[in-house]
Design a protein around this ligand. Sequence first.
Ligand code: NCD
Length: 304
Amino acid sequence: MRSLIDILELSTAEIDELVDTATHILENPAAYAHKCDGKILATLFFEPSTRTRLSFESAMLSLGGQVLGFSEASSSSAAKGESVADTIRTVSCYSDIIAMRHPKEGAPLVAASHSMVPVINGGDGGHNHPTQTLTDLLTIRHEKGRFDHLTVGFCGDLKFGRTVHSLISAMSRYEGTRIVLVSPEELKLPSYVKKEVLQKNGIEYVQTTDLEAVMPELDILYMTRVQRERFFNEEDYLRLKDSYILTPEKLVHAKGDLSILHPLPRVNEISTAVDSDPRACYFRQVRYGRYIRMALIMKLLEIE
Ligand code: NCD
């Protein structure tokens, strides 16, 4: 039995296989409509979510399975003081697979060690978010046709942005990846990611505060929201929240085939005037999330 806590638990061959399956599902959804008949997905969301939880539920329903769960900690026994371990022991009696989001880094890993069924990390604090990364990779495959030799810019909250940490881990395995890190001084990529991922893999990277200066180099621009809920005080959030706002003017010197990604939700960091630019991929990206999760659920349940 396999869970998915960190994107690096999947080999690059397995990622290719998931991306291929998701693409096949997208083109032939009817062929998959009964793959999970009789199976139950539990979604345990101890933190707010729209896309991750609903795309998991939509994925399982599209496979013919059923879903149960909760969307806030306050409506579960966590509010009575139950531990994650006990919640998981319980829910794994009621379901065949579990998707879980939790504000504490490492909670899904603990959950997996107490579960009788596969556990999928749907985001743990400011740490990791492997299924968003699978969604991002499916988007990149469809937009760019490849994973190698890409210059990927990450802009915004690189400190707390868990989607950034997971996507950097994934991209660091491909040949010719260059990473451009754009953030305010206070929201720089954590040094453990720099050391353990970028430096360890010999990935070329630059850090800057100036988005426009690096714009012409980028093949992909991954914009992110400043993660308000992870700040210790509101004042710092208010000071930093509008550090970067992508507008059509800032894209004047960007490549014609740039792909602009964002895990969403968007707050202010991309002007709605950018939405109609063909380089804006973030709403297509949302759509891919459902199909890659269908592929992942099938893989972890060992369904052909
Ligand atoms: C992201 C998350 O939860 O980390 N959202 C998502 O799952 N698509 C990004 C964010 O909340 O900023």
